[in-house]
Design a binder for this molecule. Structure first.
Ligand SMILES: Nc1ncnc2c1ncn2[C@@H]1O[C@H](COP(=O)(O)OP(=O)(O)O)[C@@H](O)[C@H]1O
Ligand SMILES: [Mg+2]
Length: 210
């Protein structure tokens, strides 16, 4: 079957080619790591490559056990910080109030994507600085996770359709992030909603079966 008609072969080809890209970036990062001026950028590049490999692997993985939300947030916050540092984005402070017992079933790297998408969306609405708060509690039969920010909040006209593909205030070829978020949450038996945070910014709530 030709590649364009066989998504799994096309994906394996893409994964193969991306590995070459990752190797090139890793080699360049190794060179930079030898110079103290660039060592923190080298570390960020190495972390990004590791993340890229996990994303590619995550496509082929099937869900195994459960991962603690705190561990997933560590990776997602690192990824967000690396990205914002390199693009000279706003300075974001993260506040966490997360029950240690909140565990996430499913593929860890996909959960990382959920949180990175939410964090970068919040950051994209901030000018020079802002705060993102993550609160999570575990109840008898479900876990509740809230991600809120102190940005301008979601435009009311977007709110009813915000998780739909191609709904965006940022122009063409945008509007996929929250669609990905909803798809991953629902694939794990959960629900996600959007609204206004107490601080006036946006708030996203995820409810997951325990
Ligand atoms: N934290 C947030 N604060 C305000 N608006 C938001 C926030 N997150 C998402 N949005 C709004 O939802 C839209 C859709 O988000 P998304 O699906 O990630 O697509 P994109 O970021 O590419 O526009 C954004 O364009 C933005 O208008
Ligand atoms: Mg987005």
């Amino acid at each position: 079957m030709p590649i364009e008609q066989d998504p799994s072969l096309a994906f394996r080809c893409l994964a193969h080619d991306l590995n070459n890209v990752f190797t090139t970036i890793n080699e360049a990062a190794d060179l930079l790591a030898g110079d103290a001026r660039w060592s923190s950028i080298a570390a960020a590049l190495h972390r990004s490559v590791d993340r890229g490999k996990r994303l590619v692997d995550g496509f082929c993985e099937t869900a195994g056990g459960a991962t603690s939300l705190n561990e997933l947030l560590d990776s997602a916050i690192d990824a967000t910080r690396d990205f914002l540092d390199l693009v000279h984005g706003p300075r974001i402070e993260f506040h966490r109030d997360v029950d240690a017992g909140v565990m996430m079933r499913g593929i860890p790297v996909l959960w990382e994507r959920v949180f990175v998408n939410l964090f970068l969306n919040a950051a994209e609405m901030m000018t020079s600085r802002g705060t993102i708060e993550i609160a999570a509690t575990r109840e008898a039969d479900r876990s509740l996770i809230r991600v809120s920010d102190d940005g301008p909040g979601i435009a009311p006209e977007l709110l009813p359709r915000i998780f739909d593909h191609e709904v965006s205030s940022k122009g063409k070829r945008r509007g996929l992030g929250l669609h990905i978020v909803r798809t991953i949450v629902e694939r794990n038996g959960g629900q996600v909603t959007a609204g206004r945070a107490q601080a006036g910014g946006a708030e996203f709530s995820i409810v997951l079966p325990a």
